[in-house]
Design a protein around this ligand. Structure first.
Ligand SMILES: Nc1ncnc2c1ncn2[C@@H]1O[C@H](COP(=O)(O)O)[C@@H](OP(=O)(O)O)[C@H]1O
Ligand SMILES: [Mg+2]
Ligand SMILES: [Mg+2]
Ligand SMILES: [Mg+2]
Length: 332
């Protein structure tokens, strides 16, 4: 008997693992080659390589499935960026990806170009936390499958996260399937090793709790989280780290809360920045909503159109935290 989404899990895990290893080798080499996107945010050789490898693998096995990915190849097709494209081709050749050519690399990346909601699709962030990647800190390769608006499979490849039960091992692959729990495996394992189940904390005491948030104050308001922490008597210093590694930290019980508080009116969170992390935390026993307490809606296209910010907790702390955001009028 097979469990639901076992085939999808197998294909997706192997693609994310391969992409994570490419990211790791690019990061080791660094290579401060960066393109600036229209919104002024950075994108590297590793972001494009990761998206190419994962879209290629998904498309080969599930050709009907649309992929809503963060990156596209428009800039790479410009003559002025030819040298940059060649560096991506070189990375994929080094990883022995068959049929690698400049044309195919652009084509694979653009297979992640879906924008609209459909009844079954993947969402991909080839490197979440590009700024963390460039600082040689935390980042995540994030992939999720959404069926009928529900996240059914989520994977986070975190090349710089210590393995939860053996901190001497660096690099952790997290995954969750709806109804089947949340697990961690070492990114590097060669032989089959049992997946380690992860679980959120059980504390209901804010004074003993720890929260995490973005390194970038432009992505999440540090001033507002400080106000919340003071009101709830949270004494511990926040743990700041980039990417959906924050979801993993809560899911494995190393923090109790993750706050993502809007920095400007009108910004809408992107689904690829959250889908995999949300399922990981839920399957580890935690709770995820927006800052008003509403569930995140993954059936609105590439953005969480009907949500503002994100609040992640172990569960017992959730309601009072949402209430406090209301009292401080942070949710307006
Ligand atoms: N004003 C803003 N508010 C919230 N998130 C933002 C933002 N501007 C960019 N981001 C997103 O923040 C993500 C990184 O999150 P974090 O700060 O938790 O590491 C970025 O993902 P990428 O790094 O994939 O581009 C980007 O999508
Ligand atoms: Mg980006
Ligand atoms: Mg991202
Ligand atoms: Mg990204």
């Amino acid at each position: 008997m097979t469990t639901p989404f076992q085939w999808e899990l197998e294909i997706a895990l192997s693609a994310v693992k391969q992409a994570s290893q490419i990211c790791r080798s690019v990061q080791a080499a660094i290579t401060d080659e960066v393109l600036e996107k229209k919104d002024k945010s950075p994108v590297t050789i590793a972001d494009f390589s990761s998206q190419a490898v994962i879209c290629r693998a998904l498309n080969e096995t599930f050709p009907q499935d649309p992929i809503i990915g963060e990156e596209d190849a428009a800039e790479l097709r410009l003559e002025e960026n030819r040298a940059f494209l060649e560096m991506i081709v070189a990375e994929l050749n080094a990883a022995q990806i068959p049929e690698t050519s400049p044309e195919n690399v652009c084509r694979w990346i653009d297979q992640g170009g879906a924008k609209e909601y459909s009844s079954r699709f993947w969402t991909l962030d080839p490197i979440d936390g590009t700024k963390g990647f460039l600082r040689k800190e935390q980042y995540a390769v994030s992939l999720a499958l959404i069926v009928d608006g529900k996240i059914v499979l989520g994977i986070l490849g975190c090349p710089n996260m210590p393995f939860p039960i053996d901190e001497t091992v660096t690099g952790t692959l997290y995954y969750a399937v709806a109804g089947q729990g949340a697990f961690a495996i070492p990114l590097n394992q060669d032989q089959e090793q049992a997946a380690f189940p992860i679980r959120v904390t059980t504390t209901d005491d804010f004074s003993q709790s720890r929260f995490c948030e973005s390194v970038e104050s432009g992505h999440s308001s540090h001033g507002h989280s400080q106000q919340v922490a003071e009101k709830l008597d949270i004494e511990k210093e926040p743990r700041r780290l980039d990417s959906q590694a924050k979801y993993a930290v809560v899911a494995q019980g190393n923090a109790d809360i993750y706050m993502r508080l809007p920095t400007r009116v009108g910004y809408r969170e992107k689904i690829w920045d959250h889908a995999a992390g949300v399922l990981l935390v839920q399957e580890a026993g935690g709770t995820v909503t927006d800052i008003t307490g509403k569930p995140l809606e993954f059936d609105q296209g590439y953005e969480l159109k009907n949500n503002q910010g994100v609040i992640v907790t172990n569960g017992p702390l959730h309601q009072e935290l949402i209430q406090t955001l209301g009292e401080l009028a942070i949710n307006e």
